[in-house]
Structures are given as C-alpha cells and as structure tokens.
Design a protein around this ligand. Structure first.
Ligand code: ADP
Ligand code: MG
Length: 240
C-alpha cells in the first residue's frame, strides 16, 4: 500500500534521509521509532508530499506521490495525517472540523457529511462534543477530533507523527485506544511514536531509524527482545 524506494532527502546541504526503502502492505501497522533527529518526521511527511525528495520514489496505492502529474489534493484525501499538535481549526466546532474537507474538497453534501461526522465523533467517544470548539476540549479530545477529521475523508492509509507526545499522561491512553481500534478495522498505518508498549502491542513491524537511515525492521517480538544492532540496543537501553 505504501512503497518507499531509494528515497533521499536533503534540507539544503544537510542530507536527512539516506536511500530509504520500506514497504508497508495493506492493513499492516508499522511503528517508526528512533532517537530525536533520526528523520522519522521527515520520512512520514514525505509520504503525503508535505516534503519533497531529491531521489527515489514513493507510491501510495500505486500513485507516485512526488510525480508532477499527481493531483495533490486527491492524494492527500487518500492519506490521513495526524500531527503531534492537533492542528484543528480553532474557529470551527468539532463537527465542522470533521466536515469541512469532505464538503469542500470532496463535494459531499452537508447533510451526509454531518451524519458521517457525527458517527465518527461518536465512535471516538465524542458524542457529546459536536458543538464544542477546540478551545473547550482537552488535548486528548482534540486529538480524537483530529483523528475523526482524517477518517472523514475515507483515507486509504493513516499516518501519525507522535500523536500522543503533546498530551498530558492521563490522556495518552484514550488516543492510543482510538488508534488501536482503527488498527482493528484493517487500516494501513504508519505511526511515529515513543510509546514502546503501544508499538509492541499493536504494530506488525518496528522500523528503527537513526541518522537518516533505517537501521532495523523487525516484528516487535524480535525487535524488543533481541535487537540486532548496537544502535537499537543502545536506544532501547535508554527508553525501556
Ligand atoms: P525526528 O522526527 O526523527 O526527530 P526530523 O525528521 O524532525 O527527525 O529531523 C531530521 C533532521 O532534519 C534533523 O537533523 C533536523 O534538524 C532536520 N530538519 C528537520 N526539519 C527541517 C527543516 N524544515 N529544515 C532544515 N532541517 C530540518
Ligand atoms: Mg519528529
């Protein structure tokens, strides 16, 4: 579903992704972990063309992401992206945040978009919050609205960049539960995370990155009990 081939990325003269290759099959959940500055955010942002690349190719369900001919709006409708910092529209209610793109980008009728939006918000435990503005919601609630907003576009894949890092500890679980539930529906996902317990429990593969390279890819049972590289051992020694 997501195919990353020989991708190289630089910011000016600083090379931050070195010849990255990764295949994420349909309905699989991959965790991207590694030290700060490893290139995790940059890599995940290249998948929906928030970043350009200097070499290689990325395909999402067969569409070449950085090809000039690719319709970027259509591509982004297929790729849900959830940021660390929620990024909700502050002047719109929870329901309006969820329906604005389906109505304006996909041309779905307001009534239909609202029905679906209410369903999504309810399924994420936000049935009482349709009319609330982001400023009236907790961080965990805002992040669940952000997940509902992404899902409202019927994406083929979901990408998360540290979705719980900006949350108070007591709100981490409700957001991880929402992502876990989504994994259960067969959604294809890549999740940058520092939540090792979560990565271990729900992810099919752990992708360990350091210094702009993929150092190890392994199922959690292998990666956490028997990391093959010194880099990964050193990292796990610090975070576990
Ligand atoms: P991670 O998410 O693993 O912490 P990032 O992808 O954010 O790593 O960063 C990888 C490298 O790219 C770091 O050296 C970082 O300083 C650099 N970098 C990230 N974003 C930019 C940017 N917009 N301009 C210049 N350098 C950047
Ligand atoms: Mg990052």
């Amino acid at each position: 579903m997501i195919s990353i081939k020989n991708v190289t990325k630089s910011y000016g003269t600083l090379k931050v992704l070195h010849d990255i290759n990764l295949e994420i099959p349909q309905s699989q959940v991959f965790a991207l972990i590694g030290p700060s500055g490893a290139g995790k955010s940059t890599l995940i942002r290249t998948i929906n063309a928030l970043e350009d690349i200097q070499a290689g190719e990325i395909l999402v369900d067969g569409t070449s992401v950085h090809e000039k001919k690719t319709d970027i709006n259509k591509l982004r409708a297929d790729i849900g992206f959830v940021f660390q910092s929620f990024n909700l529209y502050p002047h719109l209610t929870a329901l309006e945040n969820v329906t604005v793109a389906p109505i304006n980008v996909k041309g779905i009728g307001k009534k239909e978009a609202e029905e679906k939006g209410k369903e999504l918000l309810s399924s994420l435990g936000l049935g009482e919050k349709f009319a609330s503005y982001p400023g009236q919601l907790s961080g965990g609630q805002q992040q669940r609205v952000a997940i509902a907003r992404a899902l409202a576009m019927d994406p083929k894949v979901m990408l998360f960049d540290e979705p719980t890092s900006a949350l108070d500890p007591e709100m981490v679980k409700e957001v991880l539960d929402a992502i876990r539930k989504l994994a259960g529906t067969g959604m294809t996902m890549a999740v940058v995370t520092h939540e090792m317990g979560f990565a271990k429990e729900i992810c099919n593969q752990i992708v360990f990155m350091a210094e702009g390279r993929i150092v190890e890819v392994a199922p959690p049972s292998e990666f956490f009990s028997n990391p093959k590289t010194d880099r990964a051992q050193d990292f796990l020694g610090k975070v576990l």
